[in-house]
Design a protein around this ligand. Structure first.
Ligand SMILES: C[S@@+](CC[C@H](N)C(=O)[O-])C[C@H]1O[C@@H](n2cnc3c(N)ncnc32)[C@H](O)[C@@H]1O
Length: 240
């Protein structure tokens, strides 16, 4: 189902490439925002495009947690990272679960994988339909210009004893999409170094468009410039 190498055949390197992130700190900030914006006391969370499950790992003691992702390889790792949580392989554009949740999260640039404004509409409507009354959604938008500057390379390095991994990202940005090429080199101890080229197509949805889409779906929505303090913004929607 997934076409991205980093979320597929290279998923086992994902957590090492993102080891500079502090998922515990992000989870605490998520919880504080939930407390601040939720009109009721929430008990359940659905993390959409949950990846390797590291946010849920830190939220599972306080909430009933469920994670969905399109990639079975990411979910395989999530099941090891966050034991006891239900994980399902689902495309967010076609989200259809038999349960509703008090909180839905969709973090990092994951919402961008809905690609088109039409699919963003469907996805946000799906979020709305999977929330209980007064439930809230937290979305990190994918438009962040600082992350997708056309032609400006970004580098991430993992420098462990077990392996050295580098990833150079280069975006070719159009007004509403970006073609993100990842050049990934993996050198594991005792093995030949391997080089991969991984192409990701993401929709770049402006804040205004995303807020409008959220309002059209029925949410009362808010824009938080500093979000989870990771350099990304955050959109909060409250189901009316
Ligand atoms: C950049 S990762 C973010 C993972 C996680 N939320 C985090 O913060 O580490 C993007 C995730 O979106 C997932 N994804 C891509 N397209 C998707 C879709 N249509 N439906 C659900 N998940 C999707 C990928 O498999 C990947 O795990």
């Amino acid at each position: 189902m997934t076409q991205q190498l980093l979320h597929g055949k290279l998923a086992k390197y994902y957590d090492r490439l993102y080891s500079y992130r502090d998922y515990l700190d992000e989870a605490i900030r998520i919880q504080n925002l939930i407390i601040k914006y939720s009109p009721k006391e929430p008990t359940s969370i659905l993390d959409v495009a949950c990846g390797t499950g590291l946010h849920l790992k830190h939220l599972k003691d306080d909430f009933q947690c469920t994670g969905v992702d399109i990639s079975k390889d990411m979910l395989k790792i999530a099941r090891k990272n966050a034991k006891g949580i239900t994980f399902k392989q689902v495309d967010m554009k076609k989200l259809k679960l038999k349960k509703k949740f008090d909180v839905i999260t969709c973090l990092l640039s994951s919402i961008g994988y809905s690609n088109t404004l039409g699919n963003l509409n469907k996805t946000i409507k799906n979020f709305y339909n999977h929330l209980t009354k007064e439930g809230i959604v937290l979305i990190e938008p994918s438009h962040a210009k600082s992350f997708y500057v056309s032609g400006k390379p970004n580098i991430t390095i993992y420098d462990g004893n077990d392996a050295k991994i580098t990833r150079i990202n280069i975006s070719k940005t159009k007004p509403t999409t970006t073609q993100l090429t990842m050049h990934i080199v993996v050198a594991e101890k005792g093995k030949e170094a391997k080089y991969f080229v991984d192409n990701h197509k993401l929709g770049l949805f402006g804040i205004k468009d995303t807020l409008k889409t959220m309002r059209n779906a029925g949410f009362k929505s808010k824009f938080l410039a500093n979000g989870l303090m990771t350099g990304r913004e955050l959109l909060v929607g409250i189901k009316r």
